[in-house]
Structure formats: structure tokens, C-alpha cells
Design a protein around this ligand. Structure first.
Ligand SMILES: Nc1ncnc2c1ncn2[C@@H]1O[C@H](COP(=O)(O)OP(=O)(O)OP(=O)(O)O)[C@@H](O)[C@H]1O
Length: 256
């Protein structure tokens, strides 16, 4: 369980207030989604949880202050954002996966276990054929899978994903949704997304931000029954529809 208590983040001195007094609880061993319009603070919230930005307030992992467990978090937490790796010129996918194991690797040098785990993870995510390709030459969708692999290769207990479904085609999105659900028994997963369909298909728990403030946090069913919460934040109509017996949220004009 991750607890945020009155967490605030500012940038550029105090000029930009990206997160304002956010208090919420993110359940363990589930998939949680952070939603909200552009610039509402989703990435900042993930980065605060990952201890990648300074914040006021308190973040706890299972009751322990995150600021006192930074070393442990390097081992048990993976944070993934597409933007961060675009500059990795010449690095192969296999290099990236092995490098990503560094915090959990047994020795300073690469071990056979690191290589085996990297190949195994690549197999699981159907990217074995990409292992010797250069990261900066991949398509955006290929890169998205590779990044997920780089996060999973160290078997994290906490997995933070910034817009993991972006750039994925529909079939891959559905695959990703099922995959994340299938591993959520063993990991606490928090992702940010712009896609209400993907969020309602994938997440057990939803968090909604608007202009840095928490507007809603609770089980997905609650938001499905009250889509007007989303409508107010996005200023656009949302509705819950049943597809194949599964209820999801979509955003479409209700009347023409
Ligand atoms: N490094 C930074 N320096 C200054 N301002 C920043 C920085 N990072 C984010 N911000 C600002 O903080 C606010 C929240 O940004 P953030 O990236 O967290 O939003 P977001 O909800 O993830 O946005 P998007 O959906 O557009 O990706 C925005 O106003 C943004 O301009």
C-alpha cells in the first residue's frame, strides 16, 4: 500500500504548483490508474512516488517513510517513462535489459543470471527478436514493450508506468491490459493514462487529478457509476458501456 499525505510539488522555485496537497491511499497488489487532463500532475505524482522529485508532505510504502528507504526502493521499485530513454544512442535492447538489472544484480559485473533473466523477460513480452536492435532505432510501439521489459526484468514489487499504452495498437493495448492484470498479484502497479477505455479495462482503482489537485480516488466501479466526475474535469461527456460483458468508460458526444 502506498500512502500520500498532503503531498505538494513545485517547480521553478515555487512558480509552478504541479501537485497540491494530495492525500490518498493506493492499494497494494492491484492496478491503479492516474487520470487527468494535460498538465494535471500525473507524471509529477508518479515521480514523487518514485522519489525522483522533491516534495512536501509524506509518502509511505507499507507504513514506512519513503525518504528513509531510498536504497531499498532502487531495488523494489521500477519507474518507466518513454521520454527518458530516447537519448540512449547505440544501446541495444539486451544492453538495456541487463543494465536495468543493476540494482538487483548479485555482482558488480554482469552475471549469467542477469542475461538469463533478460532473455526470459524478453520472451514473456514477445520482444526476443528485438534483443540485438538499437533502442533508438525502434518504433514507438516496440520501444514501449522494451521499456516495460526493462522495468520487469528486476521483478519489482512496485511498478510505476507513465502512459504505458501510448503508441500501442489496439491489439497490443488489450494484451498490455491483460498482462498487467495478470502480474498484479505480485506487484503494486500504478500507471498514468489519457485513455478512459484503457483505464477502465485495466485498473481496479482510479485516481483523478485536475490542476494538481486530487478530485477522486476509489474503485473503478464507483467511477463507472458516476462518470459525471470525469465529465466535470475534462469538460467533455463520458459514458459507461458494456462490451463483451465488461463495462468500460468511453468519451463520446451523447447527442449530435
Ligand atoms: N521539470 C519541470 N519544470 C517546470 N515545470 C514542470 C516540470 N515538469 C512538469 N512541470 C509542470 O508541472 C505541471 C504538471 O506536469 P505533469 O507532467 O506532471 O502533468 P501531466 O498530467 O503528466 O501532463 P501530460 O498529460 O501533459 O503528460 C505542468 O504545468 C508542467 O508544465
Amino acid at each position: 500500500m502506498i500512502k500520500l499525505r498532503e503531498v505538494s510539488v513545485t517547480y521553478r522555485g515555487n512558480l509552478v504548483e504541479a501537485l497540491k496537497n494530495v492525500t490518498t491511499v493506493i492499494p497494494g497488489n492491484m492496478v491503479s490508474c492516474i487520470m487527468g487532463p494535460n498538465a494535471s500532475g500525473k507524471t509529477t505524482m508518479l515521480k514523487a512516488i518514485a522519489q525522483l522529485v522533491d516534495y512536501k508532505g509524506r509518502i509511505e510504502f507499507d507504513g514506512k517513510d519513503a525518504k528513509e528507504m531510498v536504497k531499498t526502493l532502487r531495488r523494489i521499485l521500477s519507474y518507466v517513462s518513454t521520454i527518458d530513454v530516447r537519448g540512449l544512442l547505440g544501446v541495444t535492447v539486451l544492453d538495456l535489459l541487463i543494465y536495468s538489472r543493476y540494482p538487483v544484480s548479485e555482482k558488480f559485473l554482469t552475471t549469467m543470471k542477469d542475461i538469463e533473466e533478460s532473455v526470459k523477460t524478453a520472451e514473456t513480452l514477445n520482444i526476443k527478436h528485438l534483443l540485438h536492435r538499437k533502442v533508438n532505432e525502434l518504433s514507438s510501439g516496440e520501444l514501449q514493450r522494451v521499456l516495460l521489459a526493462s522495468a520487469l526484468v528486476r521483478r519489482p514489487e512496485i511498478l510505476l508506468l507513465d502512459e504505458p499504452e501510448s503508441h500501442l495498437d489496439m491489439r497490443s493495448k488489450i494484451w498490455l491490459s491483460g498482462f498487467l492484470k495478470s502480474i498484479s498479484n505480485d506487484a503494486t502497479i500504478v500507471l498514468s493514462t489519457h485513455d478512459p477505455y484503457f483505464a477502465s479495462l485495466t485498473c481496479d482503482y482510479l485516481i483523478l487529478l485536475s490542476q494538481g489537485r486530487l478530485v477522486f480516488s476509489g474503485p473503478r466501479e464507483h467511477l463507472l457509476q458516476n462518470p459525471e466526475v470525469l465529465e466535470e474535469v475534462y469538460n467533455t461527456p463520458f459514458t459507461a458501456v458494456k462490451i463483451g460483458g465488461y463495462e468500460v468508460l468511453i468519451s463520446v458526444p451523447l447527442e449530435s
